[in-house]
Design a protein around this ligand. Structure first.
Ligand code: ADP
Ligand code: MG
Length: 292
């Protein structure tokens, strides 16, 4: 490619809020066959709300929410922020947890007053040796609505099921439709519950779902797609996404995302609007056509 056509291309991209950090990405982007996207904060707003809380008999729901939120105050996970916000909205007095521990991709635990509290995904409860099948039907119903089911345990006993929902970003459905029109395969890579991920993918018409991927496994998920023979562009926003952004043939970061993601990416979507992805691909194709 001539430096001039690349300059013109990157200039046009900047006008639509797409920043090419590396000129060569303008060329590699038109070779992409699969666009893989992180879910939380990329396809969705990354601002979940607590939508459901159902306690087993013998547990008071307000007290449970207070205990769980007290614990989550020490976590920076979007799920934690949703729970804390819900508790504060109900005017509950939170206390400081002791011995707080976070297991990335699983959940959190700690001591709140006289109680040992744990909250997290079903696989976290499984690690603790707790059976969550009492909530089986409820969890399936919540996940099919695209909500993330979570569980709380108090003093080693399963106590409640909770759910959070993270709204889809405004430009997401249109972006995916445009990618399909461009002939691209669209995949989702997420740490979230499989059934929840599948419900959201169905809603958006996403072709392939890689769910329950642990934070360290996202780069491997990209490798898996590459091993199938695809050139892959990965779109993500989080610290967890940096290795996948580096592994991908083109790494695209959400401008409002974490610094590590921005530093690793080849391309940045300034406002986080996913419509910039098909926009950049169209530009990339047009630029290369002009050169040939
Ligand atoms: P993602 O960013 O795609 O949601 P993560 O790997 O960060 O993936 O988290 C995966 C799952 O682990 C979450 O969907 C949630 O069920 C659980 N989890 C992680 N951190 C917490 C937390 N602080 N509180 C409750 N659950 C958590
Ligand atoms: Mg994310």
């Amino acid at each position: 490619a001539t430096p001039v056509s690349v300059m013109v291309g990157t200039g046009k991209a900047a006008e639509m809020g797409v920043l090419f950090r590396k000129g060569e990405a303008l060329q590699t982007l038109q070779e992409a066959q699969v666009i893989a996207l992180d879910k939380t904060g990329t396809l969705t707003q990354g601002k979940p709300e607590l939508t459901d809380l159902q306690a087993l008999e013998g547990f008071d729901e307000a007290e449970l929410l207070r205990l769980v939120a007290s614990l989550e105050k020490s976590s920076e996970h979007p799920v934690a922020q949703a729970i804390v916000k819900a508790a504060q909205g109900r005017g509950l007095e939170l206390s400081e947890p002791v011995d707080f521990e976070a297991l990335p991709g699983y959940g959190v635990g700690g001591q709140v007053g006289i109680y040992r509290v744990e909250v997290g995904a079903d696989r976290y409860m499984a690690r603790l040796g707790l059976d969550v099948s009492a909530f089986g039907a409820e969890a399936a119903r919540l996940a099919d609505e695209g909500k993330t089911p979570l569980y709380a345990a108090v003093n080693g006993k399963l106590a409640a099921i909770l759910a959070v929902a993270d709204p889809i970003k405004e430009g997401t459905p249109e972006a995916i439709a445009a990618l399909h029109r461009q002939g691209l395969k669209v995949a989702m890579i997420t740490g979230d519950h499989r059934r929840t991920a599948q419900a959201i993918a169905r809603q958006l018409g996403i072709d392939e779902v890689l769910a329950e991927v642990l934070p360290a496994g996202k780069a491997d998920a990209v490798k898996e797609l590459q091993a199938q023979g695809y050139k892959v562009a990965f779109v993500g926003d989080g610290i967890n996404d940096a290795p996948a952004l580096a592994q991908a043939d083109v790494g695209i970061a959400i401008g409002t995302g974490t610094d590590v993601a921005l530093e690793t990416a080849d391309v940045i979507l300034i406002s986080g609007d996913l419509r910039g992805v098909p926009g950049a691909i169209a530009l990339s194709r047009a630029t290369l056509k002009n050169i040939r």
